[in-house]
Design a protein around this ligand. Sequence first.
Ligand SMILES: [Zn+2]
Length: 142
Amino acid sequence: MRNYKGSCHCGAIAYSFNTELAPDDWSIRACQCSFCLAHCALSTSDPRGALRFTALCNENLQRYRFGLGTADFLLCKECGVYIGAYIATDSGAWGIINTRTLVAKLKHLSAQSPMDYDNENTQSRIARREQRWTPAIITDQA
Ligand SMILES: [Zn+2]
């Protein structure tokens, strides 16, 4: 597995993303919802990878819910940067990263697919995330 790190601007919240996929093979999704557009977010995940979000202290981590309210969108309370999203269900927990916040600036980010999930209901949205997002945990310490 290769390891990719990312963080918010001030470094208070971060993530570690493990995947066997080379960056050129990542699926880069440009969600067209108003939140992701406002952040210019470009998301990726790997169902066979592993993702860990960390916060230097829990007070730095803002969990924002909107729309159907099924996932936590993770923002830094200090600098405001959106680093990724997290969902916990009866079957487990998964996440995506906002590839804009990767430490390594990867060239592939221009190869993005616009995505529109407006037609999903709560059930289908959760099911998609369980299949497509990366198994994930959130911990307090880096
Ligand atoms: Zn920050």
